[in-house]
Design a binder for this molecule. Structure first.
Ligand SMILES: Cc1cc2nc3c(=O)[nH]c(=O)nc-3n(C[C@H](O)[C@H](O)[C@H](O)COP(=O)(O)OP(=O)(O)OC[C@H]3O[C@@H](n4cnc5c(N)ncnc54)[C@H](O)[C@@H]3O)c2cc1C
Length: 585
């Protein structure tokens, strides 16, 4: 690419997205759909996030609205096309009544090579298993809910603006995060390509192996009026002693983006750029109502991808675990599948707070074994895998022995969920922080991507609409920052339930009342929890985003038979009960 073309349409963009996850790519799309110019900067190349998302219906309606706005503003010559020249419509690739779901390759759907499938699966089974003990004995209460009916076309009138309302309702779709992200990325790339080819000023420019220069004062250049000028650098990524390391690409020059009217940092839960601009997050504390007052909202989970046909299913389970003193703890598990895809069986299981996963304590290695030794780590991995499969067996209702033979593409990986949030999203006169970088709640609400993609990005649409109606940039960005905070606060509110109460929020408020009535356990009853600061497991492990690109395969079988019907009895009821558990106080 010639130098001028390389930087055509880059200087002083209307919108600059720092980090190209769902939050910022949707924001770029709204920006372009309202007639503005957007530049995006991402350091990890193509989307890679391997998790499977439960998705609220609003995203489908929003994609439909973007398609319509693009068509109305730019006409047939100005919207991106598939390989055969037909218009590329985001909503149609995402979901359609004339296409089906399955084991999809997102790129082939976007290109138009695969015209039979869409990216998402629909949720057809919504199940909640309450396996908490009652009166000292295992008991099971199963609630099967009606799945939400997917709409047959996108309808802008159905987009909800209140994030609490969005998150309070059930999810309609399931999809691999990277497939949805690829759809957004390819659409943006096609706009960039068609504009460069046609010679018009590019509406989109993308720098996908780049980041803001990290030298203090050199990347975010301070202007006297409080705005920032932004300079980025090209990166070379290398696998250095088992870690991904990024250095400036040899021989490359810094690229001056100039001064964007608005820039947004959405780089995941720990953003170095946001920190550089003075942004700080604080831990969220939750009062469990157990007399201890507010304690840090933390829970530890194991995440893994089993190749089992979980299908179009969202299954949640809550069960009782007991410590040595017989004190009861509630733990949660979630199984997420994909309609017609036997390779998607995401199961996440909570580790009870009292469990140390210490190989010495478990008697697997002798006292004094070096924690850095291979023997210690092997024993630790064994403990983790064993506990994970035990829990998976209970949530999937499949024998542990058969799960031992199943192929795993990821995990089980331990991660700590700690809720954190910032005070103010405004970090410069022309910059805000959004998505997980601003704050994060509990992933069991299936709300993180939704808050950023449906909530925060629509606030960027609100920003451009406010600007069109004469609001100054200073007023518009203040409103944007407040709105980002409001959306995240809604996510945190619904998340608090996942830390203490039993019933999952993402089944919808009405259904929660039904489930509570069926379980017979008082809603005011709370789980025991150990204060995060007094846990036996001290490390706070976030999921490392780069792990999605360094997969560890546990080779084995793909189970494509449907899951067995749910047994009416508690799994512990069919196992010999050695000790009668005490009644929860
Ligand atoms: C196991 C699990 C299950 C989940 N399930 C759901 C679910 O069902 N529903 C749901 O809504 N949410 C779910 N989430 C949460 C969801 O994945 C996140 O909330 C969401 O990805 C956040 O989007 P984001 O755009 O804010 O950031 P991210 O998706 O984290 O994207 C940030 C991007 O910024 C890039 N980046 C980082 N630093 C820099 C830098 N310095 N320069 C340039 N680029 C940078 C990263 O490479 C990345 O591409 C789940 C999360 C997990 C871990």
């Amino acid at each position: 690419m010639k130098a001028q073309e390389h930087l055509k349409g880059v200087a002083d963009p209307d919108f600059l997205a720092l980090g190209l996850g769902g939050t910022n790519m949707m924001s770029m799309l709204w920006t372009v759909a309202t007639g503005h110019r957007a530049v995006g900067v991402e350091m990890r190349g193509d989307p890679f996030l391997g998790v499977h998302w439960n998705i609220r219906v609003d995203l489908y309606h929003q994609l439909g609205l973007i398609d319509r706005m693009m068509w109305e503003r730019y006409g047939p010559e100005g919207v991106p096309a598939r390989d055969d020249g037909s218009p590329l419509r985001l909503a149609d690739c995402f979901y359609g009544v004339g296409t089906v779901s399955g084991d999809v390759i997102a790129d082939t759907i976007i290109d138009g090579y695969d015209r039979d499938q869409h990216i998402v699966g629909t949720i057809q089974h919504v199940e909640f298993i309450d396996d908490r003990w009652r009166n000292g004995l295992p008991e099971r209460v199963i609630t099967v809910l009606d799945p939400p009916r997917p709409p047959d076309h996108p309808d802008a009138g159905e987009i909800r603006s209140d994030m609490a309302e969005v998150l309070d309702g059930p999810s309609t779709f399931q999809a691999e995060a990277s497939s949805v992200l690829l759809l957004l990325r390819r659409y943006l790339e096609r706009i960039e390509r068609m504009d460069l080819e046609s010679g018009r000023e590019p509406r989109v420019r993308l720098f996908t192996r780049h980041r803001v220069v990290t030298t203090e004062g050199d990347g975010f250049v301070h202007l006297p009026d409080g705005r920032r000028r932004i300079r980025i650098e090209a990166l070379q990524e290398l696998d250095f002693k088992g870690r991904f390391v990024r250095v400036r690409a040899p021989g490359s020059e810094v690229i001056d983006i100039g001064v964007p009217e608005l820039f947004m940092i959405a780089q995941g839960f720990d953003s170095g750029d946001a920190k550089r601009l003075g942004f700080e997050q604080r831990d969220v504390a939750i009062d469990h109502g157990d007399g201890r007052g507010p304690v840090v909202a933390q829970a530890d989970y194991l995440a893994g991808l089993l190749e089992v046909l979980v299908d179009g299913r969202l299954r949640r389970r809550i069960s009782s675990e007991f410590d040595e003193d017989g004190k009861e703890y509630w733990v949660r598990q979630i199984a997420v599948g994909h309609e017609n895809d036997p390779e998607v069986g995401w199961v996440l299981v909570q580790i009870p707070d009292f469990k140390s996963l210490d190989p010495i304590e478990a008697g697997l290695v002798p006292e004094g074994t070096d924690p850095e030794s291979a023997e210690f780590f092997a024993a630790y991995q064994h403990l983790v895998y064993d506990f994970y499969l035990e829990q998976c067996a209970d949530v999937l209702e499949l024998p542990k022995e058969s799960l031992e033979k199943v192929q795993m593409l990821y995990g089980p990986k331990l991660f700590s969920l700690v809720e954190r949030v910032g005070d103010d999203a405004l970090v410069a006169a022309n910059g805000v922080v959004a998505g997980d970088s601003f704050g994060n709640g509990h992933f069991l609400t299936s709300g993180g991507a939704m808050t950023g993609m449906i909530g925060h990005s629509a606030r960027v649409l609100g920003y451009w609409r406010a600007r069109e109606s004469g609001t100054t940039p200073a007023e518009a960005i203040r409103e944007l920052a407040e709105a980002i905070k409001e959306d995240t606060a809604a996510w945190l509110r619904v998340s608090s339930q996942e830390f203490s109460q039993a019933v999952p929020i993402n089944f919808g408020a009405r259904r929660i009342r039904e489930i509570t009535a069926a379980s017979g356990i008082d809603t005011a009853a709370r789980a025991h929890a150990v204060d995060a600061t007094r846990r036996r497991r001290h490390s706070l492990l976030p999921l490392d985003p780069s792990d999605w690109r360094r997969l560890f395969i546990r080779n084995g079988q793909v189970l494509s038979a449907p899951l067995p019907g749910l047994r009416p009895t508690h799994p512990a009821a069919s196992r010999p009960v050695t000790r009668r558990r005490p009644v929860r106080p």
